[in-house]
Design a protein around this ligand. Structure first.
Ligand SMILES: [Zn+2]
Length: 308
């Protein structure tokens, strides 16, 4: 499907709607603060759809575990939404079909259909933010899994003795390789001990500014990022890996280290072509743009209740 397509990215603090045209350009943008509670959320989303106006399809990107038929099983950023059928509720309200997908998967779809992974049949898209979001494309299709829960790559356990993750496990990949992870690595190395509001970007800035200790930490960070990417590559054999999020935007300092460590950690690195490691084209609107593209990548939904 093409035409004027609307996508809404539901975040923990704000909901962003975009409209894209046939050339995949963003031609309109609207936002609201994310309402508290599921009834208020549906009200807010219906209001956003109204503001968007005429469009040929509507997609919704939602954080958390989202089933293939648009039910939020649980969402760390929408704590009141447990087993909440957001797709059906919004659809009933506005009187038309709504595509629903995990927000990180939406961001990956934006890169795959109209970004750094355009044309790829096998791609891994990783968003390094406060946590790690991801989306996987294999054999030319978005990988959703039996329940729709595929792509939760931030919770791959890379060190069972590592720090506790809010998910309840220890040593998840995002404890080391996200913005939160970079802060953890810096503090563990004794850096910025006087800063309680330290962000990953502060460490990156110090490293780029020539701070040797920060550079060592940033290289360690690059190794943790590369470790997860090597594991994903061993499992999926992608032709391209796209890295997005705030840390990717900080430029070569991170990515150079990732590329170097990746080449060391990959299985049989000398016997295979290595995937291209590229920076995401889309910034903070990636999730909304990908949501707008859901109508054209929608696989057949689970309609027989399998997996529920
Ligand atoms: Zn976790």
């Amino acid at each position: 499907m093409s035409g004027r397509r609307a996508g809404i990215d539901v975040g923990g603090t704000k909901c962003v709607a975009v409209v894209i045209d046939d050339d995949l350009r963003v031609v309109a943008e609207h936002r609201i603060a994310t309402p508290h509670g599921t009834d208020a959320l549906i009200d807010g989303l219906a209001d956003l759809v109204e503001r968007v106006g005429r469009c040929d399809s509507i997609g919704l990107g939602v954080p958390g575990l989202i089933t293939r038929d648009g039910v939020i099983r649980a969402s760390p950023n929408l704590s009141s939404a447990i087993d909440f059928p957001v797709g059906r509720r919004l659809s009933d309200r506005i009187g038309r079909f709504v595509h629903v997908e995990n927000d990180a998967t939406c961001a990956a779809i934006a890169e795959w259909r109209a970004g750094a992974a355009t044309g790829a049949r096998h791609a891994v898209v990783v968003t390094l933010g406060t946590g790690i979001g991801g989306g996987l494309v294999s054999e030319g299709r978005v990988v959703r899994g039996a329940n729709g829960f595929a792509g939760e790559i931030g919770h791959m356990i890379v060190d069972p003795t590592g720090p506790r993750c809010p998910c309840g496990q220890h040593g998840c990949w995002e404890r080391f390789a996200s913005g939160t992870g970079l802060v953890f690595l810096a503090q563990r190395a004794g850096l910025f001990a006087d800063r309680s509001d330290l962000r990953g970007e502060d460490v990156t800035t110090a490293a780029i500014g020539g701070d040797d200790a920060a550079r060592v930490v940033l290289d360690e960070f690059g190794k943790w990022v590369a470790l997860g990417l090597a594991n994903l590559t061993n499992a999926l054999d992608p032709e391209v890996i796209v890295i997005g999020g705030g840390l990717a935007a900080s430029g070569d300092a991170v990515i150079e280290s990732v590329r170097r460590w990746f080449a060391e950690l990959l299985y049989s690195p000398g016997l295979r072509p290595h995937p291209r490691i590229d920076i995401a084209r889309h910034g903070p609107l990636a999730g909304a743009i990908g949501a707008a593209l859901l109508s054209e990548v929608a696989n057949e939904p689970l309609s027989d209740g399998t997996g529920h």
